[in-house]
Design a protein around this ligand. Sequence first.
Ligand code: B12
Length: 355
Amino acid sequence: MGPETNPSTVTEAIARLRVDRDDLARSLTETYFADHPEFESEHPPQARLRTREDFGYLVDFLVGALAAGNPATFVDMVLWTAHVLENRRIPRPVLVDSLHRIEREITSRYAEPMAAQATRYLAIGVGALNLPAGATPIKAAAMPQLDHASRIYLQAILQGDRQAALSVASEALASGTRIADVYLNMIQTSMYEVGRRWEANQITVADEHLATAITQWVLAQLYDRLDIPNPHRGRVIVTGIEGELHQVGANMVADMLESDGWNVRFLGANVPHQAVLQSIDDHEASVLGISTTMLIHLPNVDRLVADAKQRFGSDLRVIVGGAAFRGDPGLAERIGADAFARDLNGAVETLRNIA
Ligand code: B12
């Protein structure tokens, strides 16, 4: 939390915005179309639905950043949105206008000081968008360094050639590369590049889905080649937080922990809150690993960590990871987790030390 914020008003702002999210998006869309009557005829029939979805996402980003207690995370999301829109020929002032609209809607709906918490973040977002182009701190996602084999892997998953993808990964193993390095340097790096190309509008959502499906299949094949010792370290639950659809990273972490001697249950992504708590009980786990890519799911992580800690006390250690935590190293501690790890190697090392 920033020094001038009052935690209870922030909590109230998060709770109200989450409840009102769909209604806010609906009302913002209606006003937008009323102000731009030409928009309906100039755009495809689903324009109204898309606009509503986009307003919904912006409210989600705001809620996620409020939950993280860090306006910089909102700036990151806003700049990322600007980048995605600009690559699709939607100019930046459209986004600035949308943020102003959300600001006005929030001010008219909610009392001070609750509204002030949210509008402060929105103003910071607008400020970042209004910086002169050269000064804009856009983290223009750079093309990651891909070695020759990884380029072949990337090409194979984008072209839908799963045998080629598996072959290049298998050849790397045969030539002595550790499986953790294949996961990290070949597969993870390629998936990041898939995301970069989608963001830049160079590939379609279908291309991305194909690449992800093949990667998940390759991971399943490589699992067979892992050395799995008898479990001797303890029991772990690895799960994607409720709402989270990204599951490849958590899958890799689960595999690596298993090969390091943990008894692991990997629940997949988007697991309902109560079901995770029940699994910790059933599996008698001493560690809960939570994977979160999208910052918008942070309120769910907050709730899960609090409930798990309350129910299982200090017997349960919580480790978090995923893109939502990578930009803000203090975030894991602020939401009450025991540890954070940046990648699969970090997860293995950290769990050896904390549990
Ligand atoms: C595949 C993919 C999807 C698939 C996921 C399917 C699946 N079965 O997993 C689908 C299509 C569902 C999807 C949806 C969306 N996606 Co997506 N997606 C990706 C993509 C291309 C790859 C993800 C991946 O597999 N990465 C590889 C893994 C190995 O890396 P990782 O997750 O970071 O995991 C490592 C570490 O973080 C860590 N770790 C991870 N979990 C854990 C857990 C613990 C306990 C620990 C210790 C460590 C740890 O260790 C892992 C291994 O080293 C990324 C690009 C990217 N940069 O990641 C975009 C990306 C994450 N997606 C993005 C977006 C915007 C979305 C959508 C909002 C798109 C939309 N408009 O619908 C939705 C949101 C869905 C949701 N509700 O969660 C953006 C996020 C931007 C941002 N700034 O937040 C990205 C970055 C793409 C981009 N460049 O714009 N996506």
